[in-house]
Write a new protein. Structure first.
Length: 211
């Protein structure tokens, strides 16, 4: 099944499609330029489906505008959201896992679970050496995308800190500076060159990926 068909089958909101395409494009670029050979297609697909259930988080009752901007066809998406709530629950992570299980994409679930743990682990060299590169790249790529588009890792972390108060420990914010420098050392390109302008041309190709 093509990624575009998967999105259509599970009625993924346009805002979430764009977000996943941005993360997928960043994951694709990072995986291609990693200093050792990786399964680029698998990592790209992982990034393209990592937030399949995130419609459960949207406030579609009190406003027509989310952090992603104006939501068109609000009543339609309210109906879709209710179906997703009834079927998979109201936790975004659980909803994503439920969709992937139903779609037969269980090979990606362990990486998504691992990425969620890595985000607050404050992993250094030893822990990162034991982690899967796929989960590491997903964590990085997802932290390069704000609702408005691709930004620097630092800008996204500052945005998360402002919106959610940072991590679960006092040292998490400082650790993100270290991780930003660490991942740059793992690739053969300057990661600051990844921008909206460099990822958007990849969208048509990514929508055609087989998954």
């Amino acid at each position: 099944m093509r990624v575009a068909d998967l999105y259509q089958k599970y009625q993924i909101m346009p805002q979430l499609i764009t977000h996943q395409l941005r993360v997928g494009a960043i994951g694709n670029i990072v995986a291609k330029h990693w200093k050792r050979r990786l399964d680029v297609e698998m990592i790209t697909n992982l990034c393209l489906i990592h937030d399949m259930g995130n419609i459960v988080k949207f406030d579609l009752v009190h406003t027509q505008e989310d952090v992603y901007g104006m939501i068109k066809d609000l009543e339609y998406w309210q109906q879709v959201q209710k179906v997703v709530w009834d079927k998979y629950g109201r936790d975004a992570h659980d909803a994503t896992i439920g969709i992937l299980n139903e779609a037969g994409l269980t090979q990606f679930i362990s990486f998504i679970n691992e990425e969620e743990k890595l985000y607050f682990l404050e992993a250094r060299e030893k822990e990162l050496a034991e982690a899967s590169v796929a989960a590491i790249i997903l964590m990085y790529a997802d932290c390069r995308v704000k609702p408005a588009g691709v930004v620097s890792y630092r800008e996204r972390i500052d945005d998360l800190k402002e919106r959610y108060g940072g991590g679960k420990t006092e040292t998490w914010y400082k650790w993100t500076f270290w991780f930003d420098e660490w991942i740059q050392k793992q690739v053969r390109i300057d990661l600051t060159q990844i921008t909206d302008e460099t990822v958007e041309p990849l969208f048509p190709e990514l929508l055609g990926y087989n998954i």
